[in-house]
Design a protein around this ligand. Structure first.
Ligand SMILES: *Cc1c(COP(=O)(O)O)cnc(C)c1O
Length: 418
């Protein structure tokens, strides 16, 4: 693995344990393996795809990436649901906490457990919604790990909050009286100022182990569509920190049959502005109803830029648009009226962009979370009750435990050094 800033070169194991490179860049693969499509003709399930596609990245690793490992992590389905003859929804939300973050969080947790030394590892994570619950679920009860999950108080949905605060044991939920950006600053400061850096790591999507398993979404969907239509697939990806769409570009780089890639943002339009001006300027995030995408300074932009030779090339290959809250609501209503299909607000940004695309090509929109996590937004719009999946139902009755703090580092430090 090498750093996007070029100064650091490490093994996959070191990249996972370090998270961020020592030159403060992000780790990316030195090179991408190439696959023949014919070798995927007989793949029975996601775990088998995972084994074939991810093994080359783990050459020489202490992580035992075998069939058992993959089956343990990819134990829930990924459904490709047709809306009509050439429009599909890829449902990435059938994991334990109902968002696509479960794939990356579970993969990361299993890797970390195999790579951990004797000492307790403290995993710090700032979340704008779904990462926190996925990480909590993935690490709950794991020996040798304490997880500290910071979320901005009152800025996530009630059900997102329950999924973070219901665990207890080695999971510490911390509600910060501030914004997501302030949560992230607390984590960064703890990581950069610790006297025992090897004791701390982060589970945010800067970690390469969160991104690699997401390549499978695009592998799986592109092969299915190729079989069905004899054509390359086109994707629309709801994006915030740009991790998921980076995995899509990586799958394309690896030779999977992918044609156009469209990015859908919410009203946070830092990327739209960058494309227009050619000058990158981080923005403070603004609150939207697609809250897991409220990002004003996407960390994975560095990984995307690293794929292209210069800004012009980058600009040609990236197609991004910002979708307002009003347009998200209209998309949820439209999709339900046309197809009786209920989208979450994030997935609805991708649906909105279907209006920009050629009708003659197969399109897949990535559905990143289950709508039942956002019942407060969707039910009043559609006037229907969203059935609650059983894995969420189980958590709803549990007792919530959280620590409330002001966004001050001293208080946070006391908690994590306890
Ligand atoms: C995290 C998240 C996103 C954004 O994904 P990135 O990889 O950060 O671009 C979109 N939708 C949902 C539901 C999420 O939880």
């Amino acid at each position: 693995m090498k750093s996007t800033r070029g100064q650091s070169h490490v093994s996959i194991d070191e990249a996972i344990v370090q998270g961020l490179a020592s030159d403060f860049g992000l780790f990316i693969p030195d090179e991408f393996p190439h696959f023949k499509m014919s070798s995927f003709a007989d793949v029975p399930n996601l775990a088998t795809y995972a084994l074939r596609v991810l093994t080359p990245f783990f050459a020489g690793s202490r992580v035992k990436l075998n069939s058992e490992f993959c089956h343990q992590i990819f134990s829930f389905p990924l459904h490709l649901v047709p809306l009509n003859t050439n429009r599909y929804v890829a449902e990435l939300f059938h994991g334990p906490t109902l968002s696509f973050k479960d794939f990356g969080a579970r993969f990361f947790a299993q890797c970390l457990q195999q790579l951990a030394s004797q000492n307790t590892i403290k995993v710090l994570v700032a979340t704008s919604g779904d990462t926190g619950s996925a990480v909590a679920s993935a690490f709950h009860g794991m020996p040798g790990v304490e997880a500290y999950i910071l979320f901005p108080k009152d800025k996530i949905s009630d059900r997102q909050q329950i999924q973070i605060t219901c665990w207890g044991d080695n999971i510490h939920a911390i509600a910060v009286n501030g914004t997501f950006d302030q949560c992230q600053q607390l984590v960064k400061r703890a990581l950069s100022t610790s006297d025992h850096p090897q004791q701390f790591t982060t589970a945010n999507s800067i970690n390469i182990a969160r991104l690699l398993p997401q390549i499978l979404f695009y592998v799986y969907a592109s092969i299915r569509v190729m079989k069905q239509h004899g054509q390359a697939v086109n994707f629309i990806v709801p994006s915030g920190n740009l991790g998921n769409v980076t995995a899509c570009y990586w799958a394309k780089q690896m030779g999977f049959p992918i044609d156009d890639i469209l990015i859908a943002n919410n009203a946070n339009q830092v990327l739209v502005d960058f494309m227009a001006t050619g000058t990158y300027q981080a923005q403070s995030s603004i609150e939207t109803i697609a809250n897991a995408m409220d990002v004003g300074d996407p960390s994975n932009l560095e990984r995307l830029l690293a794929l292209f030779s210069d800004f012009n090339h980058f600009k040609k290959q990236l197609n991004v648009a910002s979708v307002s809250d009003a347009a998200i609501k209209a998309a949820i209503v439209d999709c339900y009226q046309k197809y009786q299909y209920i989208l979450c607000p994030h997935s609805a940004t991708a649906y909105h962009r279907l209006q920009d695309v050629s009708p003659n090509k197969p399109w897949v929109i990535m559905a990143t979370a289950h709508p039942a996590k956002f019942n407060e937004i969707i039910e009043p719009l559609l006037k229907v009750a969203i059935p609650i999946p059983e894995q969420l139902q189980r958590l709803l009755s549990k007792k919530q435990q959280l620590i409330l703090i002001e966004p001050h580092f001293d208080h946070f430090k006391t908690i994590i050094n306890h």
